[in-house]
Write a protein that binds this ligand. Structure first.
Ligand code: ADP
Ligand code: MG
Length: 715
């Protein structure tokens, strides 16, 4: 293999020492096709380049045990307790093959030693097999779960039957892996051992002092230890071996992000000063005053944009904190200089809404705003594309369709991404790589804990909008059991008669991200919404509306408008209304099966109300059997309106993976790292990575080269 100079643009070739790790699992001696297929169900399949659809050895080695079975226990057979796993040396006294054909009678083997008797019980077993392995008169080690049946001690299907010389081996703790059909923990363990034996020792990539300080083993030993836990403590993410592996992962992650950040800072960016004309006009026409926080963020953005470097900034701001206006003012600043901006939004419905709002606000100053989504086709699309290409359009708003190849800008200088958490790091990078280097502003309404910000957005500078626009009344949140459905109907009737507007959110829809665009799937949830819609129409009459993800866009748009205008006042909706939709006089939101939503997601939904000056309510309808955890989560929500606090609490209760709700998090998948347990290590990894890069930006020192290997290992 040729080594490519690391200075070139293409990623460096994989180091030879990693070839084995990146080979398909079938490279492991003795691992056949059937096992490989079973492993496909258990592990991620490799990308076409290396594994041919099969998992790679690295992923098998990263699949670590989740439990151990302790076989150390032994006792006099007469005193054996029920339900415990134990290991014994016994003499085989007699075989009792099943007779007759009535039902499935087991094959029984009577055994004993000086301390008592035990019967081994086998269902559907081959008599031959049993006779061979448990010959009458012989002695064997047996290990398995003990039970009593009719006052007789027995062991059904011993886990282990071995010759007496294996006694000590059998008593060793046994690793238990997450499994799938066709694989046992023992088999996985065997293949893992074979693979580890083949591994080259890799030069250390962690700083010596840090290894010593933590008393961590080297990488290969750590892997080995992780696969052979001897006690419960060794399963803990804080055990030396697992901490080390987690640190490797964090270090790779932080190094990667630090490199992205550095590259971004090295890129030049258009210097945007603007004239202040359009922005000033807009500020004067707004029906409200910008908050101090909004001014601060704007100032940060302007500083970035004038620096000559490319901006990469994350704007975190709770629901309703007024991010859109910041984006718009920044885009106008760009327009003042005759350059183009794009605002990218995850769903069509919100893209349309932003388009309307922004068009209305900017029309008086002659700013040309256009909308581009997947459903704009034919002539209309051509017209939009034309406007973008000629530069007639200065602000483009749209979904991810915006960034398909044939969208050519005349001079794109600024890209804003709204509701960032729906786009993963990879998509962000795809954007970053798009030809010229526009300034980037990422806005997220999901306040996330610091540790997550670091892993998700470590490639960016961050701004936070803490303050909410003034004169907002708090939202009263209630958790109500579903059994009180009828009471709620009564209350809704009263409230609707008073002219209020209500959102009714139906249970969570499974969401899929396809090529960056949010797709909303299963029919069943839509069916639930349709059923509610029909029911409510009968109950409350024509003031009931319905929106869901399967509706045609224009249809959904019409429905949203009817709700906004007051033609309908009870809107049954699936989570399409989750983000961004702005109907200021809606005062009540009812969320069905609230326990199925992520906390942060609930918080966002709640943010649909409380946007005007009237007091608002959020009703969390929880099924009566909602688990304790769900109850605790809902309580958090009831007690706090601070998105950051809620996010932290959600992390505490559920751990990181689930934080942002079902399948929409865009969170990188961590193998060893546990956001809760390892956050201090993560801090260290961050510092470590950025300090090292400062000293050795091209990773050419000894440790630098090892770190390159680490990056490849986790690539
Ligand atoms: P988000 O941060 O959730 O995207 P929006 O930008 O949609 O919030 O703002 C929510 C609502 O608050 C909008 O109707 C917007 O016009 C309004 N708003 C924004 N800034 C202020 C402000 N400084 N004072 C009063 N209302 C504001
Ligand atoms: Mg918004």
């Amino acid at each position: 293999m040729v080594n490519i100079d690391h200075q070139t643009d293409s990623p460096p070739m994989r180091d030879e020492s990693l070839f084995y790790l990146f080979s398909p699992v079938t490279r492991i001696k003795g691992l056949g096709d059937a096992t490989a297929q079973a492993l496909v169900r258990l592990l991620p399949a490799a990308t076409a380049q290396s594994g041919g659809g099969l998992p790679i050895i690295r992923d098998l080695l990263f699949h670590v045990p989740i439990n151990i079975v302790n076989r150390e226990f032994t006792c006099p057979l007469l005193e054996a307790p029920d339900g415990v796993v134990g290991t014994f040396i016994v003499r085989i006294d007699a075989h009792h093959a099943p007779t007759g054909y009535r039902g499935k009678r087991p094959y029984k083997v009577s055994c004993s030693n000086d301390t008592g008797h035990i019967t081994l019980v086998f269902f559907n077993a081959s008599g031959e097999y049993i006779k061979q392995n448990l010959p009458i008169g012989g002695e064997r080690v047996i290990s398995g779960r003990l039970e009593h049946f009719d006052h007789h001690l027995q062991m059904t299907h011993p886990d282990i039957i071995a010759t007496v010389d294996k006694y000590e081996d059998v008593k060793k703790p046994e690793a238990v892996y997450p499994l799938t059909i066709g694989l046992s923990s023992k088999r996985i363990g065997k293949y893992v051992d074979t693979a580890i034996e083949k591994l080259p020792a890799l030069p250390e990539w962690i700083a010596t002092e840090w290894i010593q300080h933590n008393k961590w083993p080297d990488w290969k030993t750590a892997l080995q230890t992780a696969h052979h836990p001897q006690c419960e403590d060794e399963l803990s993410p804080l055990s030396p071996a697992r901490s080390r592996l987690a640190y490797d992962e964090m270090l790779a992650n932080q190094l990667h992000l630090a490199m992205l950040r550095r590259n971004k800072h090295q890129q030049t960016g258009e210097i945007i000063k603007g004239t202040g004309k359009l922005t000033q006009q807009l500020i004067e026409t707004l029906p409200f005053k910008l908050t101090g926080g909004q001014y601060e963020v704007l100032a940060e953005i302007h500083t970035d944009m004038q620096s000559g470097k490319r901006m990469g900034r994350l704007l975190q701001g709770d629901v309703g904190s007024g991010k859109t206006i910041i984006a718009l003012l920044a885009m106008l600043r760009v327009a003042e200089q005759g350059l183009q901006s794009a605002l990218m939004i995850p769903t069509e419905i919100i893209a349309q809404q932003h388009y309307e709002t922004i068009r209305k606000l900017t029309a008086p100053f002659g700013v040309n705003v256009a909308l581009l989504t997947g459903s704009i086709k034919g002539k209309a699309r051509e017209a939009v594309l034309d406007g973008i290409a000629t530069g007639a359009t200065t602000i483009l708003i749209g979904t991810h369709a915006l960034f398909q190849e044939h969208v050519q800008f005349k001079q794109l200088a600024f890209v804003v991404i709204d509701e960032q958490h729906r786009f993963g790091v990879a998509q962000r990078m795809a954007l970053t790589n798009k030809g010229n280097t526009p300034h980037l502003l990422h806005m997220t309404a999901t306040p996330i804990p610091r540790s997550l910000t670091m892993t998700l957005y470590g490639d960016m500078d961050a701004s936070t909008l803490k303050e909410k626009p003034a004169e907002r009344l708090p939202i009263t949140t209630r958790v109500i059991p579903l059994s009180r459905y009828n009471d709620i109907m009564e209350r809704m009737k009263d409230v609707l008669e008073k002219g209020e507007k209500i959102y009714w959110i139906c249970p969570l829809i499974e969401e899929k991200i396809i090529e960056g665009e949010l797709e909303i799937t299963p029919e069943s949830d839509i069916a639930a919404a349709e059923t509610r819609f029909i029911e409510f129409k009968e109950r409350f009459g024509p003031i009931v509306g319905l929106v869901h993800g399967r509706m045609k866009n224009d249809q959904r748009d019409i429905e949203m408008r009817r709700f906004a205008s007051g033609e309908t006042r009870l809107l049954v909706a699936t989570t399409v209304v989750e983000v961004g939709v702005d109907v200021r006089d809606a005062t009540i939101i009812v969320i069905e099966q609230a326990e199925r939503f992520g906390l942060s997601q609930l918080h966002q939904l709640r943010g649909r109300v409380g946007r005007g000056s009237k007091p608002s309510f959020c009703v969390l309808l929880a099924s009566d059997r909602a688990s304790e955890i769900s109850q605790a989560r809902l309580k958090t929500l009831r007690e706090s309106e601070d998105g950051f606090h809620i996010a932290e609490a959600d992390l505490q209760i559920r751990g990181g993976g689930d934080l942002l709700g079902h399948r929409q998090s865009g969170l990188p998948k961590f193998i060893f790292m546990d956001l809760l347990e390892h956050h201090q290590l993560l801090e260290h990894a961050k510092t470590d990575a950025s300090q090292f890069l400062q000293a050795d930006p091209n990773l050419v020192s000894e440790r630098g080269k090892s770190l390159q290997r680490l990056l490849q290992l986790f690539a």
